[in-house]
Design a protein around this ligand. Sequence first.
Ligand code: S3P
Length: 179
Amino acid sequence: MNNDRHLANIALIGFMGTGKTSVGRLVAEQLHFDYLDTDEVIQSETGRSITEIFEADGEPAFRALEVKVVMELADRKKTVISTGGGLPVNPDNLASLKEHSLVVCLWSSPDKIWERVRHQGHRPLLHDKNPQAKIRELLAVREPFYKQADVLLNTDLRSLREVAQQVVHQFRLESSACR
Ligand code: S3P
C-alpha cells in the first residue's frame, strides 16, 4: 500500500449479509472508534427507510444519496464506516473512502449470503422472485469492485469475532506502516 496514505478510519465494504454491521460494531468497540453505517445516515437524514426511498424515488436516487454521504465523511477520524453493499460500485465512492480509510472487504459465498439474509425483509434488491439468482448475479457484477479493497477477508469460515480481530490486526499493521 502507498505509505503516503493517512488511515484515519476503517471502511467496511462488501455484499449484503457479509457481516459488515456486526463486524463494524465489534471493531469500533475494540479500537474505541465511532461507528457509522451509511444506510443509517441516509435514513436519518431523509427520515425515510431504504425501502421507501427505492420504491418512491428509484435506485438512482438512492445511489445519489450514497454519494452525498460519502462526501460528508471526508473529515471523519477514528470511525468505523460500514457501507451499503452497492456503494463501492461507484468508483468515486471507493476513491473517496481510500483517501481517509483502510478499505476492508468482507467476502462471502452466495450460499452463505443467502443463509444470512433469507429471513430479513429490509433489502429492496432482494425483493425478487428468485433472490438466490439475484444474489449470484449482483455478486458477479460487483466482484471486480469489491476486489479493489485494501484487504479482502473471507467470512465464510470465521466467526464474526474472528473477522473483527483480523480487521483490527490489519488496521494496526497498515496504519503503523503509513505513519
Ligand atoms: C444494497 C445494500 C444495502 C442497502 C440497500 C442496497 C445493495 O445495505 O444499502 O438495500 O445494493 O447491495 P447492506 O449491504 O448493509 O445490506
